[in-house]
Write a protein that binds this ligand. Structure first.
Ligand SMILES: Nc1ncnc2c1ncn2[C@@H]1O[C@H](COP(=O)(O)OP(=O)(O)O)[C@@H](O)[C@H]1O
Ligand SMILES: [Mg+2]
Length: 433
């Protein structure tokens, strides 16, 4: 009989694992993996034997399908049905070259069990520790990052939805010294910049409607009177007033549309290095070429300019010309007959000062600040009505600000200390060679 009877085979062969124990869980598999990776030279088996004593004859049974541990075999470890570990060490006894027997030692490995338990519990405690740390860390992160960010998002939302100034960034977030504080401050700053811009637009609209209303109401009352009166001379006078007001409106609207486009234009325009001395010469020459009898003369003067190292500023040429034209235009209109206007370019540190001086009446001390305001215009009575919108200096200041420069005004004085005219100075960043 080659094949052993099935009953006998069943008796000796350990039944399959799943018939003894429920299928192993993740934890069991993890431990098995840990165990086998540590001692690959140890054989473990699961059996349904009783704990101790293990039948010492069984592993040596010739008909058994347990393969006998070969000489120098590693310790033999079994797990019983009670989940106890049994260690067996077998050594062949060799006499005169022949194996005469085997010495087999079997122990219940309670120490191994204890060690295993210790390992398991340490892994478990490690796992719990990591879990606690993870929970604490995510709680901390949500407290310090996620919640402040949500609060910032909420204030941004309120700012977007409400038209007023509600929804400012909480002060606690602004005071923070970390990245969230930076973000909060940036959000606050951009909101404030937007509000400032909105205010400026609102003020501009209010100023514009106010300025337009004046000539309009003047036209309306002139027309009303015109309808009532018969006198031809009076009618002609009223028509002249209407004509002036229409001119003024035209001028106003042209200037207003220029001014309102200016911001967008300045943000698009590219600054470049501009040689200022040739620019001033061209402006003076143009005036001299078209000058009529009695009109002022324009002279130029410069310092620190040479062909090798021309005096240059960082600006947008068209806009710089616009500023200079405004200043020159004012100077011409305030100059006495045949007065002199001086255009100067002088380096001052890392800036270049461009100035326009005239021999006019100068500016009253109290008005030195307000002349740059929008629609501020104070002209002699006899001056042709409708020429001046009062936007020239305000536009000039807007341009110079955008070019990172400054514009200022002072009165010139003669030897006796009397006001001898006005001097407007524009300072712009200098471009070194
Ligand atoms: N060179 C100057 N001399 C005296 N006053 C001046 C001079 N330039 C400007 N001003 C005063 O500043 C005001 C504002 O000037 P500006 O903004 O150019 O408006 P506008 O020229 O339309 O009146 C003028 O109305 C005038 O009163
Ligand atoms: Mg002007």
């Amino acid at each position: 009989q080659r094949a052993p009877p099935p009953a006998r085979s069943d008796e000796h062969q350990p039944p399959p694992f799943h018939r003894l124990h429920p299928p192993p869980g993740l934890y069991e598999r993890l431990l098995t993996w840990l165990w086998s990776s540590h001692s690959s030279s140890i054989v473990t088996l699961d059996t349904n034997e009783a704990d101790i004593p293990a039948d010492p004859a069984r592993p040596t049974d010739a008909n058994g399908t347990f393969s006998r541990p070969p000489p120098e075999a590693p310790p033999y470890i079994r797990r019983t049905a009670n989940n106890r570990l049994i260690i067996t060490v077998a050594e062949p006894v060799i006499h005169e070259g022949r194996t005469v027997g085997i010495i087999q030692l079997t122990r219940a490995a309670s120490q191994v069990d204890r060690a295993l338990f210790a390992i398991r519990s340490s892994i478990l405690s490690l796992f719990l520790m990591v879990l606690v740390i993870t929970v604490l860390l995510s709680w901390y992160l949500s407290l310090t990052i996620a919640r402040p960010l949500l609060r910032l998002a909420a204030s941004a939302q309120i700012m977007r939805e409400s038209s007023g100034r509600t929804g400012t960034v909480p002060a606690r977030l602004l005071a923070r010294r970390d990245e969230i504080g930076d973000l909060a401050r940036a959000l606050q700053a951009s909101a404030q910049a937007l509000w400032k811009r909105m205010d400026a637009i609102e003020r501009f609209a209010a100023d514009v409607s106010h300025e337009i209303k004046n000539p309009l109401s003047s036209i309306r009352s002139a027309i009303e009177t015109l309808l009532r009166i018969e006198d031809l001379n009076q009618k002609r006078r009223l028509l002249t007033i209407i004509n002036d007001d229409v001119l003024r409106l035209d001028r106003l609207i042209t200037d207003i549309s220029d001014a309102s486009r200016l911001d967008a234009e300045m943000s698009r325009a590219q600054t470049e290095a501009i040689s200022v001395v040739p620019l001033l010469s061209v402006l003076a020459e143009i005036h001299q070429a078209t000058r009529k009898e009695g009109e002022p003369i324009i002279l130029t003067h410069s310092e620190g300019d040479s062909p090798e190292h021309p005096l240059r500023v960082l600006a947008v040429e068209d806009r710089l010309v616009q500023v200079l034209r405004n200043l020159i235009g004012n100077a011409i209109s305030f100059s006495p007959p045949n007065g002199r206007i001086l255009l100067e370019a002088v380096p001052v540190g890392n800036m270049v000062a461009l100035s326009v001086s005239d021999e006019g009446p100068g500016i009253p001390q109290a008005k030195l600040d307000s002349i740059f305001d929008r629609f501020y215009s104070e002209r002699p009575k006899e001056e042709h009505f409708g020429q001046h919108s009062g936007l020239g200096l305000s536009i000039s200041r807007q341009i110079v600000d955008a070019l990172h420069g400054t514009i200022s005004v002072e009165n010139r004085h003669d030897a006796q200390g009397h006001v001898a005219g006005a001097r407007f100075t524009v300072r712009l960043p200098r471009v070194m060679a």
